[in-house]
Design a protein around this ligand. Structure first.
Ligand code: G3P
Ligand code: CA
Length: 310
């Protein structure tokens, strides 16, 4: 009996120590620990349901309780950080030209919602007409620390100065120490600039694998950041792990697999959770979840959530 009580007392004491540990773990540490779990990442918001990168798309995703709101950051001619995916305005607005050629006032005058109604008449809504381009600060003002943000430095060669402008805003809103942000980029150089500005910011290296010269030719990574996926060794992942806390990758190109289970396992063994973009079909979501990926970027985060067994 006393032995049982002794064990129970010891266990209680251990649990108390553990709970103090959890309570005292910083928000940033909690965020990094959570990367071991499966993450639902709303790609440009719930962009299958509302115009990408607009407030309604982010509000829907937030309402559904996703883990991260994904966004692409670019810099205006007058140094404001705006949320917009394409380098040019034509596809998802009534403007023309590059983001960096326009001031914020010019961009704010554009309609970034009506294109969605024309492209998706069955999902069209009057609420989407005239939606303005969002600044990063507007998104932060709206959601604050109630969610996490997965921010891509988009086309850094077209947006010089983006990294400094982004870090300034992350710091002003206490996003880093509150464990609220991941910064992602296809450009390793851009991530290293962020790291130099604030080494606490968790970074994700994006990778894009495609055939080098048409179907059936060897796979290459877009920026030569890594060897072909089938030739990746532990040391290749370790090089990324020196500055990043994870990788984001495509899993398929033109319907063909570009990564397999061994790629995912080796990345994880070397400290890099694997997030796959952009996955919209439930069958593919299930396949990748079965392979053990750590998260999915999706325009339909509700579909990903529906597959998660609590
Ligand atoms: O950031 C992950 C994924 O969004 C990368 O592709 O072109 O949609 O920004 P893209
Ligand atoms: Ca992106």
């Amino acid at each position: 009996m006393s032995r049982y009580l002794g064990t129970a007392t010891a266990l209680t004491a251990l649990m108390a120590v553990a709970s103090v540990g959890i309570a005292s773990e910083s928000p940033l540490a909690q965020q990094l620990n959570a990367l071991e779990n499966f993450q639902v990442i709303a790609h440009r918001g719930a962009s299958g349901h509302a115009p990408e990168s607009t407030l309604p798309a982010y509000e829907l995703a937030h309402e559904w309780g996703v883990d991260y709101l994904e966004l692409d950051a670019q810099l205006t001619a007058d140094g404001e950080v705006v949320i917009f995916h394409d380098n040019t305005l034509e596809r998802t607005s009534n403007g023309e030209g590059h983001i960096h050629e326009h001031t914020l006032a010019e961009l704010k005058a554009l309609d970034t919602g009506s294109w969605f109604n024309e492209a998706n008449p069955e999902q069209a809504s009057e609420d989407f007409v005239g939606l303005p381009m969002l600044t990063l600060e507007e998104l932060f003002d709206h959601f604050g620390h109630t969610t996490r943000y997965y921010i891509e430095t988009k086309s850094p060669h077209l947006n010089p100065g983006l990294e400094a402008a982004l870090v300034e805003r992350l710091e002003a809103y206490d996003m880093v120490e509150e464990g609220r942000v991941l910064v992602q980029s296809f450009a390793q150089e851009s991530l290293l600039k962020i790291q130099a500005l604030n080494p606490e910011i968790p970074l994700v290296q994006l990778l894009w694998y495609s055939p080098s010269e048409g179907e059936g030719t060897p796979l290459v990574e877009w920026n030569d950041t890594t060897p072909a996926p089938g030739q990746m060794r532990a040391s290749d992942f370790q090089r990324i792990a020196e500055y990043a806390v994870g990788i984001g990758t495509n899993a398929r190109h033109d319907g063909q697999d570009v990564i397999a289970a061994d790629f995912i396992e080796l990345a994880q063994q070397n400290g890099l959770p694997v997030h796959v973009y952009t996955v919209n079909e439930p069958s593919e979501m299930e396949r990748l979840m079965g392979l053990g990926v750590n998260g999915l970027f999706s325009d339909y985060p509700d579909r990903v959530q529906a597959l998660i067994v609590e």
